[in-house]
Ligand binder design. Structure first.
Ligand code: HEC
Ligand code: HEC
Length: 484
């Protein structure tokens, strides 16, 4: 075990190496032994220490978010007029801010999908200013702001690892309630005790994943994903990418397991642990979990306190008496249409660092082994929407679960994903992302890469190879990542 003294000096070392000076970067925060957020970041600092030592003096830096122009947020090219109308209508509903009479709450993390999914444009991820701060007191609400929610930090949702009786929890505990709001007279529901959960080290975080190209991801056949279990088996083995010990199958000296859906046995693919099956299911779940709005898929209020219900439940349903199909469908279907038809992020050929550096970085990304998990391209199948049919999906993910080690592990199991396992994060759109990794622990791309290396992580060997690259080569990899 390393001592706190060592820990602090590595934190300093990392702080010194952190070009952005951002306080969310690993190890850059003042240590407070009781804050699990800080504790995790400090652990990350210790875990990356050996690699930073071998990479000591490396001048490679995260070039920072790319360009002012959002290379994302448009509809897929080639939509029909009706598809475009579905996209536009869905987008409008996606950014609408809901109120208590619409069904918002009693507990929630924000009041619109678009508030959390907004960088660099609608459908993306955490913006530079966290909207949860203003939301805490919107319409005279009386919410306290939990310590892990910061004005310039990532949007976060909180999960408790264990419940008060010591059993496994893992569920999302909404940050805020309607109490005090002018549109919610009489509602007195209290916030969970986040301060105690923080002190007990019992709270873990997730930040929003971006939705650009989500319809293409939805249309990738399971067989296309499963083919990656066996592809490059010997290379993966020698890179140290391995499987979960208890489920080694023939040809499966390689890593990952898919997250199979419990209802029909097909693969989950959305969310940090690939825990969710489809965009419609995610919409229904997010509407209820993030915003407290019950719907056709998730019809039961998470908090049924009578005094806090201001409309019928489920709150949002299909409008059977509507004049047109687009008016008839419920909000969750509108959200799903918007996300399905949302175009993929557009990479840059020459920014940052120029074409030669980016091309070189892409080759190095493959040769050190990043691409064994971050598979550059998968393909869609025979989709009903022409714009989604038989397309390349340049997502840089195998959509499989990998053991990412003790530092990234969050102790939350979902479906077949264990406490240290995560879906290979798709890297498309990375050039314009502000926060990285499932809990948003860093805003520095290089720290995000180094954090892959910790006890038990399948990616440790690959990160060592990254560290052994020359400074200029590391820079090429970082430039390539920011070109995406
Ligand atoms: C309070 C912030 C917040 C709000 C509001 C929110 N989301 Fe999210 N969204 C998240 C987080 C956090 C995740 C990652 C969750 C996880 O994997 O555990 C996520 C993930 C997703 C994903 C998965 C995408 C992928 O590929 O992983 C979809 C789809 C999604 N959200 C849709 C929606 C929709 C639709 C709404 C509105 C009904 C919505 N979200 C509202 C925070 C939010
Ligand atoms: C064993 C599989 C594996 C390998 C090898 C791997 N990654 Fe990852 N990568 C992941 C997983 C899983 C995540 C999500 C981890 C988390 O959020 O806790 C991730 C996340 C990331 C992120 C953050 C993305 C985001 O959305 O926040 C970046 C950047 C990244 N990887 C780059 C790299 C680079 C560069 C390499 C090679 C040096 C690499 N990865 C090698 C599996 C891998």
């Amino acid at each position: 075990m390393k001592t706190h003294g060592l820990l602090a000096s590595f934190a300093l070392l990392l702080a010194a190496c952190n070009p952005s000076g951002d306080d969310t970067a690993a190890g850059a925060q003042a240590p407070a032994a009781t804050d699990p957020g800080t504790r995790r970041e400090s652990i990350a600092a210790v875990q990356v220490d050996s690699s930073s030592l071998s990479a000591r003096g490396s001048s490679a830096r995260d070039p920072g978010p790319r360009g002012a122009l959002a290379g994302a947020g448009q509809a897929l090219p080639g939509l029909s007029a009706m598809e475009q109308a579905a996209f536009d209508g869905g987008r409008a509903d996606f950014i609408e801010e809901e109120t208590a009479p619409d069904g918002l709450g009693p507990t929630m993390n924000l009041d619109s999908c678009g508030g959390c999914h907004s960088q660099p444009s609608v459908g993306g991820t955490s913006p530079p200013v966290n909207p949860q701060i203003a939301f805490a007191s919107k319409l005279s609400a009386t919410n306290a702001i939990p310590s892990f929610i910061k004005l310039n930090g990532p949007v976060r949702e909180a999960r408790f690892v264990k419940s008060s009786d010591g059993r496994r929890d893992g569920g999302v505990h909404a940050l805020f309630t309607l109490a005090g709001r002018t549109d919610a007279g009489g509602c007195l529901v209290k916030q969970p005790d986040f301060a105690s959960a923080v002190t007990a080290g019992n709270v873990v975080f997730r930040i929003p994943t971006p939705l650009f190209g989500a319809g293409l991801i939805e249309q990738i056949p399971d067989s296309e994903i499963l083919a990656n279990l066996t592809r490059n088996a010997s290379t993966k083995k020698s890179a140290g990418i391995r499987g979960r010990g208890n489920i080694m199958l023939a040809f499966q000296a390689v890593s990952a397991q898919p997250n199979k859906n419990g209802n029909d046995g097909t693969l989950g693919r959305f969310g940090w642990k690939a825990q969710n099956k489809s965009l419609l299911v995610f919409s229904g779940e997010a509407y209820n979990v993030e915003m407290g709005i019950t719907n056709d898929l998730f019809p039961t209020e998470r908090d049924e306190t009578d005094a806090c219900q201001y409309t019928t439940s489920p709150n949002s349903v299909t409008h059977l008496d509507a004049a047109t199909p687009l008016e008839a469908i419920s909000s969750i279907e509108k959200f799903a249409n918007f996300m399905r038809l949302l175009g993929a992020p557009v990479p840059s050929a020459d920014q940052p660092g120029g074409t030669v550096s980016i091309t070189n970085g892409k080759a190095l990304f493959a040769s050190v082994g990043c691409a064994l998990c971050h598979v550059p391209t998968l393909h869609t199948g025979n989709a009903p929407v022409a714009a989604l049919r038989y397309k390349d999906v340049n997502l840089y993910s195998d959509l499989l679960l990998h053991d990412m080690g003790s530092s990234l592990g969050d102790g939350v199991a979902q479906g077949q994903a264990g406490g240290q396992e995560f879906r290979t994060a798709p890297l498309w759109g990375l050039g314009q992302r502000l926060f990285f990794l499932h809990d948003g622990r860093t805003a520095d791309l290089k720290q995000a890469v180094l954090a892959h290396r910790s006890d038990g992580s399948e990616a440790s060997g690959v990160v060592s190879k990254f560290n052994n690259l020359a400074d200029r080569e590391q820079q090429d990899v970082l430039n390539f990542l920011r070109s995406l």
